[in-house]
Design a protein around this ligand. Structure first.
Ligand code: PGA
Ligand code: ZN
Length: 426
């Protein structure tokens, strides 16, 4: 099926900021749509978004990127086989011509790439996850769901970015969400009881009105218990430290505790948390520029805990291979817009698999109602899915799409469950 038309438009994301939506229309009239999400705590080596700068919408408008879609991307894609995703993505990368995708913009590229993928599934008259699975058996992912937001998503009220839960005792995707719903509600009740309920952070997690980072961990354990579950039994904790946000050059500044730690001390602090709390997964425990620290931390806890690389690996296949050689991390966070195209994100996932690393497909803090991410996680059989908290429709749309996909599956056998986790807590 050939591409007839490519159209871009500006829409608005979950933070009320401009973003890019692209429609790819096929010759038979079938079509697909892709939307660029946006991060707030980005790795320095991510594909660069094209933003207009200046004063309009705080410099975040995307008119230049839209004009690139109209003048360069649309004419180049017209007439191409929509089913040949790698050729489409290779063309996008070639057209852009920069190593960091800054000319046409990673936002223009990812929206176009996702739109073409959706259009190919539409041409085949099949749901996206099934189109990606290509007849292979695939399973619904194990969700990582935020309960408290922090870091760049909560005005840096606490240093740690995501306090999350993993329903390790769940027998299906829908069951994992049932467990999560109870824990999320109970966490809100605990905050209300203490007079500390103050709305939600960017991804829908409860606002982290805590005096210390560890208070959030204590409250999370209490919420799991209040919901009637055993911490470390049916429900485990996952953290995204997002350490690149407060650490550089081997120095880590915890604003809440008013402490400055070196790489070893930071690693030791996290090991202490892992020993005190039922932490099954920990993301970006050290900064993106601290590979030695990440390798040492992985050596210390990687056999018990999943160590996830986000800012450090930026969904880049070569960086995943280099990390494996260095022994840093045992799991890769896969964000299509960090790479720029669907094929490059897929290549990072493949490199992770070859290195024996687990994978988590992830949304960004700036999102829309687009649910493609739930299909990518399932169709790629990635094992895990992270889309933020259990509130606000840009998050719930993705969890709810997982329920719909699972409805088309044979049942519990089609769910990864705790087996998806790296690090031995299965
Ligand atoms: P971001 O953060 O989408 O705001 O960059 C998400 C994450 O660090 O996982
Ligand atoms: Zn992260």
């Amino acid at each position: 099926m050939r591409i007839r038309e490519v159209r871009g438009r500006r829409i608005w994301d979950s933070r009320g900021r401009p973003t890019i939506e692209v429609d790819v229309v096929n010759e038979d009239g079938s079509w697909g749509r892709g939307v660029a999400p946006a991060g707030a705590s980005r790795g320095t080596r991510e594909a660069v978004e094209r933003r207009d700068g200046g004063v309009r919408f705080g410099g975040l408008d995307v008119q230049q990127a839209l004009s690139g879609i109209e003048r360069e991307i649309a004419p180049a894609l017209r007439g191409l086989d929509v089913g040949d995703q790698s050729a489409i993505d290779a063309l996008l990368v070639r057209l852009d011509g920069t190593p960091d995708r800054s000319r046409l913009g990673g936002n223009a590229l990812v929206a176009t790439s996702l739109a073409a993928l959706q259009a190919a599934a539409a041409a085949a008259r099949t749901p996206l996850w099934r189109h990606l699975a290509q007849g292979r058996p695939v399973r619904l992912p194990l969700p990582q769901v935020q309960v408290f937001g922090g870091g760049a998503h909560a005005g840096r009220r606490v240093d740690v970015q995501d306090f999350m839960v993993i329903a390790t005792g769940a027998e299906s995707f829908a069951h994992a969400l049932e467990i999560t719903a109870d824990v999320y509600r109970c966490a809100g009740e605990l905050m209300a009881q203490r007079g500390r309920l103050a709305g939600v952070a960017d991804e829908g997690g409860w606002w982290p009105d805590f005096a210390r980072n560890e208070d959030a961990l204590d409250t999370l354990v209490a919420a799991i218990e209040r919901a009637g579950f055993t911490p470390g039994g049916e429900v485990a904790i996952a953290l995204d430290i997002a350490a690149s946000e407060f650490g550089r050059g081997g120095r880590y500044r915890l604003a809440l505790e008013q402490e400055e730690l070196d790489s070893d001390a930071m690693g030791e602090r996290l090991v202490r948390w892992i020993e005190r709390y039922p932490v099954a997964s920990i993301e970006d425990p050290l900064a993106e520029d601290d590979e030695a620290g990440l390798a040492a931390f992985t050596r210390a806890v990687g056999s018990r805990v999943q160590v996830v690389g986000d800012d450090y690996l930026v969904t880049n296949a070569q960086r995943v291979r280099d990390a494996a050689a260095a022994g840093a991390c045992n799991c890769v966070l896969v964000k299509p817009n960090q790479a720029g195209t669907v094929s490059e994100a897929r290549a990072a996932l493949q490199a992770a698999r070859e290195a024996g690393y687990a994978t988590i497909v992830s949304a960004r803090s700036g999102e829309t109602e687009d649910v493609a991410i739930a299909h990518l996680a399932t169709g790629w059989d990635a094992g895990q899915l992270k889309v933020g908290s259990f509130a606000r429709s840009e998050r719930m749309a993705k969890w709810n799409e997982g329920i719909r996909i699972e409805g088309e599956q044979p049942g519990p056998a089609g769910f990864w469950g705790a087996r998806a986790l790296a690090g031995g807590r299965r």
